[in-house]
Design a protein around this ligand. Structure first.
Ligand code: ADP
Ligand code: 5GP
Length: 194
């Protein structure tokens, strides 16, 4: 099964998925590529930090399961290696989520929302985003929210972190037996059109 966790910047997606993969050994977290600069608060492994040239080279080689441009930078999920034992977790924005759903309709999409825009802003500032980045992410959130709600199998409001993680664990274990593993995502190295 492919599990897509999407939602606006600063809602807590990264924090949630780290907790999910720590608690459930049956989950494998994909590491994305990006051309944006590393935040001082981020460790080297948060992404594969790369150049636009390298990223475009990988697009040309069909090396991404999905990719997009988000606020002036590329972000993409490298085509995963087959690992039949574990479910793949992607933490991505809505355009990427739409691509994955289109090509892998069996993917489970959980869209995460903040309790309020004010709280989202507090979280963005709390992790050290600069003013103009905060403003851009809040504007982007207004576009993303209706698309995410429409695409989502489940919408979760991340108010209390512990409760959110519990709810997502419950959703995943309920959905696991219902969804066929969509193996083509891992087995095909072929690029697909966006
Ligand atoms: P995203 O990956 O969605 O951009 P992050 O995981 O980086 O968001 O979280 C943004 C900030 O919000 C981080 O500082 C994180 O510790 C904090 N955070 C995440 N979830 C909660 C929550 N439920 N309550 C308060 N703060 C949270
Ligand atoms: P940030 O710069 O805050 O780390 O990420 C910006 C947005 O890009 C977030 O919504 C994040 O989920 C998303 N993102 C991270 N990796 C990927 C990816 O591989 N593909 C896509 N489509 N979005 C990604």
């Amino acid at each position: 099964m492919i599990i897509v966790v999407s939602g606006p910047g600063g809602v807590g997606k990264g924090t949630i998925v780290d907790s999910l993969v720590e608690r459930d050994r049956g989950l494998w977290l994909s590491r994305s590529w990006t051309t944006r600069a590393r935040r001082p608060s981020e460790d080297d492994h948060a992404y594969v930090f790369t150049t636009p040239e390298e990223f475009e080279g990988r697009i040309a080689d069909g090396g991404f399961l999905e990719w997009t441009e988000f606020l002036g930078n590329y972000y993409g999920t490298p085509t995963p290696e087959p690992d039949d034992a574990r479910d793949i977790v992607l933490e991505i924005e809505v355009d990427g989520a739409r691509q994955v759903k289109r090509h892998h309709p069996g993917a489970l999409l959980i869209f995460v929302l903040p309790p309020s825009r004010e709280e989202q802003e507090r979280r963005l500032r709390g992790r050290g985003d600069l003013d103009h980045k905060v403003a851009a992410r809040l504007r982007k959130a207004e576009e993303e929210e209706p698309i995410g709600r429409r695409l989502a199998d489940h919408v979760v409001v991340n108010d209390d972190l512990g409760a959110t993680v519990e709810e997502m664990m419950r959703i995943i274990s309920d959905e696991r037996p219902r969804r066929q593993r969509d193996g083509s995502a891992q087995r095909s190295a072929e690029p697909f059109s966006r």
